[in-house]
Design a protein around this ligand. Structure first.
Ligand SMILES: [Zn+2]
Length: 504
């Protein structure tokens, strides 16, 4: 009996060691075109209504992903929940009024405002100060000698003739230059004259935004018509339009009122967690965004390639890793399958995750991010259009990234690895344009997998019938093999290369 027991134990140890070196091919091959297709016709189907962040379509997609993660036996990624919620805000305008000398004007006909930059207020003043172009920078100071504190300022749109590029290239330039100049000099509100009225009404209020607590509030400003300008300035307006600027204070009983309401909404990232074995405190992340553009009127933006393709690849990679674990070949490091939302709005979900990481980022060996891997780039003229993938970011932050990805591809998938979009100076700035960038900015090594920009990009015609499922499966398998090696090797990836910083 005793001898028999020892044999059994020894046998099982040998078995485990052998499994560690298991060929991942069996599991990679479980990522099949037909499975990806089945998921994608759901994710990018009419039921999910284009999956716009903080809408019912997004919530349906999140539930679908969560249910699939559950069916695989993944653990909830956030304590006892699969979904990591973050707040989203949306403004609506309740009322806006402008009255001068007893005359009321209509929104869009004679005045307009940018809802996102407006805040609720009501104010009256008996004077309006004309401040030329309303600039106050190192090139021009329209406020020199003007007393505008507590008053309403009126300014021309744009820049003095011939000075546009000088101002735009000026270091201090920003989109709120006029508001900020007026605010700095103590004005209560700014009226900017434009000649393009009437404006088309913007349907249904404001855009969603992510950060309510901004560091700086800019002064409320209205765009106003030339009709109002002539009412205030009379013949002076046409003089300054064509001739020299004459700064002047006008008597005008002016009443301004804005009432804005902010709705607090919510969106979620979906997190499925597969616990590792001896290195389970370390983590590999595989990510893809599941949100898209939603619907405009009744037209659905299906987002099959963008990024239904990454989402369903994530699902099938989770399935492949779960199968490996069930067969005793689970990864040594834990793997987090991260389906982000808010990407199309501005990388919100990944920004939220990386600002509030559920697992420490310094224990996160890498993020492998997929955004669009189901189509071919019609502008790619060299090579085999049915056997390539664009690789972005693998030469930054860690010298291990490219070595591993190239080696796995050489060994298993044999795709053409195309580095065209890898240059951060590339005009498309792909390195900064999907969720991986939020990991990169925090120093986590990343690889981004991408198929290029196709003619249906961000159009309602990005549909699941246009996907090359065989090619998509092969690309997903490359991500899987790379993930397999990163999750199982002895050391985390070295962080030996400098980060690349930039603005989106
Ligand atoms: Zn995308």
């Amino acid at each position: 009996m005793k001898i028999f027991l020892v044999l059994v134990i020894t046998g099982s140890v040998v078995f485990c060691e052998a499994q560690k070196k298991t060929d991942p091919v069996l599991f990679a091959n479980s990522i099949k075109p037909e499975n990806l297709k089945r998921h994608l016709y759901q994710i990018a189907g009419p039921d999910f209504e284009g999956r716009e962040t903080a809408t019912p379509g997004q919530r349906k997609a999140a539930a679908y992903i969560e249910n699939y993660f559950r069916s695989l036996g993944l653990k909830p990624g956030v304590k006892d929940s699969f979904q990591l919620a973050y707040p989203v805000y949306r403004d609506s305008l309740l009322s806006a009024a402008l009255q001068i000398n007893g005359q009321s004007f209509d929104m869009n006909k004679d005045f307009d405002l940018r809802l996102a930059n407006a805040y609720t207020l009501s104010l009256g003043s008996s004077e309006i100060v004309f401040a030329g172009y309303g600039l106050s920078d190192s090139l021009q100071d329209d406020y020199k000698g003007l007393q505008v504190a507590g008053k309403i300022v009126l300014a021309l749109n744009g820049y003095p003739p011939g000075q546009l590029s000088a101002h735009i290239n000026n270091k201090t330039f920003n989109a709120f230059a006029k508001q900020d100049a007026a605010q700095l000099h103590g004005a209560m509100a700014l009226l900017i004259i434009t000649d393009d009225f009437p404006h088309k009404p913007v349907p249904d209020g404001g855009k969603m935004y992510r950060k309510y607590f901004i560091p700086k509030t800019h002064l409320n400003s209205f765009l106003i018509s030339e009709r109002i300008a002539r009412l205030v300035m009379a013949e002076d307006y046409d003089k300054v339009k064509t001739g020299p600027i004459e700064y002047k204070t006008y008597q005008a009983d002016t009443w301004i009122s804005i009432q804005k309401q902010t709705e607090i909404m919510q969106s979620t990232d979906v997190l499925g967690y597969l616990e590792g074995s001896d290195l389970k405190d370390q983590l590999l992340i595989i990510s893809a965004h599941y949100d898209h553009l939603g619907k405009k009127d009744s037209i659905i933006y299906f987002g099959a390639d963008d990024d239904g393709s990454g989402t369903v690849s994530l699902l099938e990679m989770a399935s492949a890793f779960s199968k490996a674990k069930a067969a005793g070949s689970g990864p040594r490091r834990s793997v987090l399958f991260l389906a982000n939302s808010g990407e199309e709005k501005g990388l919100w979900g990944s920004e939220y995750y990386t600002d509030h990481p559920v697992y420490p980022l310094d224990k996160t060996t890498a993020d492998l991010n997929i955004d669009m891997i189901g189509r071919s780039d019609p502008r790619r003229k060299q090579g085999d259009s049915n056997n390539y993938v664009y690789i972005v970011g693998d030469d930054k932050l860690s010298s291990d990234l490219r070595k591993i990805n190239v080696e796995m591809n050489r060994k298993y998938t044999g795709l053409e690895l195309d580095y065209k979009f890898n240059d951060p100076k590339d005009p498309l700035r792909i390195y900064f344009r999907s969720d991986h960038y939020n990991f990169a900015r925090k120093g986590v090594p990343i690889i981004f997998y991408f198929d290029g920009i196709n003619p249906d990009y961000h159009k309602p015609t990005d549909t699941p019938d246009k996907i090359n499922y065989d090619l998509m499966a092969k690309r997903a398998q490359l991500v899987f093999y790379t993930a397999w090696e990163m999750a199982n090797r002895n050391k985390m990836l070295e962080r030996d290369l400098p980060p690349v910083v930039g603005e989106r």
